[in-house]
Ligand binder design. Structure first.
Ligand SMILES: [Zn+2]
Length: 329
């Protein structure tokens, strides 16, 4: 344990962080999760190495900390407040991106125990299928390949795959390179990379699986907010506008059709400021009340279409969320 981790540990054992959190007024915060996993260990050296799926005991610790120190409100309630220009202190909204099955089987039951609301944004082309999201296919391919090197044609570099560390590095590099490509080039490069890795099986298992529409309906019926996160999870700014508009609106229509309602907040895939265009924000304004980005920060009334979030995923300890909330401004 490093010096700062020791300090955090010591402070949190005294309860001082809780006291500070209760005392300090902070702007509204939207927390971004992807999954909560009850499975350990991970499927391979690459699986979940970015902490996309938080361990169940850590997620439970987050909820206990939030219950003691913050007011967790439904996302739509926070958005309505922000639309009126109100940024109410110490409010937190919980969001989950993508639509993983563990949202339905692990996260939602715990949230229900805590009587806490949350919003779940679905990649509608993957819900109810045995398909994986492309980024997870990349992870599975690096966990399962028998190859010992990969040549990335897009950047003309050769990545070694001998050790678990090298596989993780190569996976991260490959995702980063693929995310930069315009959509037609992306599809070709993605297929080429999987082929170069020996076309390993990328059928999702465990935490890579997506929920079914029955599970999504049950969550909606239980009062959770279900929202649109595109059909195929592309980076919308890398594709023609018409195609991007279809990704946004048909995912909204599918959520409405399947669950009877859809969140009036849209959630941008990847969600950095370079991942959407002004044209897409204008479209968003016509069809939604708000949209979520993945840029870091509190939720501000002036940023309704590019709401910032904080991501406690990957945080190894419950205490990290206390620091994250203390420093939100
Ligand atoms: Zn996503």
């Amino acid at each position: 344990m490093g010096a700062s981790a020791k300090f955090i540990d010591a402070v949190s054992r005294t309860g001082a962080l809780d006291v500070s959190l209760k005392m300090k007024r902070s702007p509204p915060v939207i927390l971004m999760y992807h999954g909560v996993t009850a499975a350990r260990p991970a499927a391979g050296p690459v699986a979940n190495c970015e902490g996309k799926h938080l361990a169940l005991d850590i997620f439970a610790e987050h909820l206990r900390i939030l219950r003691r120190t913050r007011r967790v409100v439904p996302l739509h309630e926070m958005v309505e407040g922000l639309a009126r220009g109100e940024a109410r202190d110490n409010e937190v909204a919980l969001t989950f991106d993508d639509g993983y099955e563990n949202n339905a089987t692990v996260a939602a039951p715990l949230l229900a125990d805590f009587r806490m609301p949350a919003a779940f944004f679905l990649t509608t082309g993957l819900v109810g299928t045995a398909e994986a999201i492309w980024t997870d296919k990349v992870e599975m391919a690096f966990d399962r390949t028998a190859k010992t090197t990969l040549h990335l044609r897009a950047t003309d570099e050769t990545l070694p795959l001998h050790t678990p560390q090298e596989r993780r590095q190569a996976m991260l590099r490959t995702k980063a390179v693929l995310k930069r490509l315009p959509t037609p080039d992306f599809h070709h490069a993605f297929a080429t990379i999987l082929h170069a890795l020996g076309d390993p099986d990328t059928a999702p298992s465990g935490d890579y699986r997506f929920m079914s529409w029955d599970q999504a309906r049950a969550m909606s019926d239980a009062g959770f907010e279900m929202g649109a996160h595109t059909v195929t999870h592309p980076i919308l700014s890398r594709m023609p506008f018409e195609q991007a508009a279809h990704e946004m609106l048909s995912s909204r229509d599918r959520v409405t059709q399947e669950t009877g309602a859809c969140s009036s907040t849209f959630c941008f895939p990847n969600g950095k400021s370079s991942d959407y265009t002004q044209e897409l924000l204008d479209l968003c304004q016509q069809h939604f009340k708000a949209a979520l980005s993945t840029e870091r920060g509190p939720a501000l009334p002036g940023e309704l279409l590019t709401l910032r979030r904080l991501s406690p995923s990957g945080a190894g300890r419950g205490e990290n969320i206390q620091w994250m909330l203390l420093r939100a401004r």
